[in-house]
Design a binder for this molecule. Structure first.
Ligand SMILES: [Zn+2]
Length: 265
């Protein structure tokens, strides 16, 4: 998760277990936009086997997963979701796009929704390249397209009023972040351009990233905008810090955490 950053540095921020794993969240965002209920990313889903769940330490049991439980606890039903927006199609972001039902067949988890992703990301997921194919499990992707539910965006685009996607490449070539705009304020769901608050410094980049120097430039331009426009930054994988703002007085990206009980790292 920290690429070339040496363990003596990162372990001061997040402690690893005996198998060198660290706690991570798969935080999805449910956005009540004026004209659509938008779900941004869907976590890992319920389709992977015991070996996979053990390797990654997956804790996602629910009805059928924590994601659907979360949607209901927010006061909605799964069928209320109008748009499933994917930042990219890695298994920890698009795994809940489909589910395995009781009969064992795999189908879209949100049959009433339109699914949206960058066209380039969809094509890249099907490239079969040896370095990247383990991250793209096609049973998360193909049943959606086969059901005719897949839509595409290319570059910066408005998905629905108040929800805009902004390319933030590097982790994958067509990775995108999501901007939510309301009453003149902006929140940015960063996704894997900056998975946790610990990754705020420009060179703290995951080893998973295909083009780390591109990630670095994506972060540089994001932090400039985030500082000058006082964005709320939302972290998808941080187990403690859901969101915060950048301190405009600090030259280094320093987070001001807003919610009580959430630790600033
Ligand atoms: Zn991820």
């Amino acid at each position: 998760m920290f690429g070339v950053v040496p363990k003596p540095l990162w372990q001061k921020k997040i402690e690893a277990d005996e198998r060198n794993r660290i706690p991570l969240a798969c935080r999805c965002l449910l956005v009540e936009a004026p004209e659509a209920l938008v779900l941004v990313d869907t976590g890992i889903g319920n389709k992977e086997d015991e070996k996979f769940r053990d390797i990654y330490g997956v804790e996602n049991a629910g009805e059928p997963t924590r994601l659907e439980d979360g949607i209901r606890s927010a006061g909605f039903e799964v069928d209320d979701v109008d748009i499933v927006l994917s930042t990219h199609l890695h298994f920890d972001h698009a795994g809940g796009n489909t589910l395995s039902d009781e009969g064992g067949s795999i189908r879209p988890s949100f049959p009433r929704a339109r699914y949206v992703v960058q066209k380039g990301e969809f094509d890249f997921a099907h490239s079969g390249n040896e370095r990247v194919r383990a991250s793209y499990l096609l049973h998360n992707i193909d049943p959606v397209a086969e059901a005719g539910l897949q839509d595409f965006v290319e570059g910066e685009a408005v998905v629905t009023e108040g929800v805009r996607v902004r390319p933030s490449p590097g982790h994958t070539p067509y990775h995108q972040s999501v901007l939510i705009e309301s009453e003149g304020r902006t929140a940015c769901f960063l996704a894997d351009v900056c998975p946790t608050a610990v990754h705020l410094p420009l060179p703290w980049i995951m080893g998973y990233d295909l083009e780390p120097l591109v990630t670095l430039e994506s972060k540089r331009t994001l932090w400039e905008r985030a500082r000058s426009e006082d964005w709320l930054l939302v972290f998808e994988h941080d187990p403690e810090v859901a969101w915060g703002r950048l301190d405009p007085a600090s030259e280094r990206p320093t987070l001001v955490v807003l919610q009580e009980g959430m630790d600033a790292s």
